[in-house]
Design a protein around this ligand. Structure first.
Ligand SMILES: CC[C@H](C(=O)O)C(=O)SCCNC(=O)CCNC(=O)[C@H](O)C(C)(C)COP(=O)(O)OP(=O)(O)OC[C@H]1O[C@@H](n2cnc3c(N)ncnc32)[C@H](O)[C@@H]1OP(=O)(O)O
Ligand code: CO
Length: 134
């Protein structure tokens, strides 16, 4: 089922400061900010040779990462995104296996313009998993 790691996400309180740290201190290439109101976040991607780092900050009043940042005000590792071939086949297989798919179970379009789903962190050892169809 699982393909490459598409990205590892870090929730941050200040996206501009995090962008500057990765760009200026770590010397990385960082994309322009993308506001994703339907997901309640603004994101940038740090380009790496073998994967990406997604830096994300809350957008709007009902962000799904607000509670996370309340618990970890300086930020922290938020989720890992694995690539899958057919996200509906993956979803149905996971549900049959007892995993909880977050939201209404229907994929939404993510930052890369591809369908994504999220799996509950409590089902995967305290790690929020995102699946992205490629
Ligand atoms: C799709 C666009 C973009 C992309 O890559 O293209 C993105 O990745 S957007 C990313 C932002 N969107 C999401 O994260 C959507 C899925 N997330 C959620 O639905 C919520 O964040 C949820 C349900 C995982 C947690 O929501 P909330 O924190 O409000 O609920 P609880 O406080 O009840 O948390 C339950 C339980 O889970 C623990 N938790 C929460 N977040 C995480 C996390 N990121 N990693 C690990 N564990 C997490 C939380 O501490 C609670 O644990 P407990 O022991 O019960 O206190
Ligand atoms: Co993501």
């Amino acid at each position: 089922m699982l393909g490459r790691v598409n990205h590892v996400a870090i929730a941050v309180p200040d996206l501009a400061a995090a962008t500057a740290a990765y760009r200026d201190t770590l010397g990385a290439t960082v994309s322009a900010p993308q506001a994703l109101p339907e997901h309640g976040v603004t994101v940038v991607f740090v380009e790496l040779p073998n994967t990406k780092i997604e830096l994300l900050q809350p957008l709007g009043t009902d962000s799904p990462i607000a509670a996370f940042l309340e618990k970890s005000p300086s930020g922290g590792m938020h989720h890992i995104c694995y690539e899958v071939g057919d996200i509906l086949v993956a979803r149905d297989q996971l549900i049959r296996g007892g995993a909880r798919v977050l939201g209404n179970g229907q994929p939404k379009i993510g930052a890369h313009g591809k369908p994504v789903l999220f799996l509950h962190p409590k089902d995967f050892f305290g790690t929020l998993i995102e699946l992205e169809q490629v």
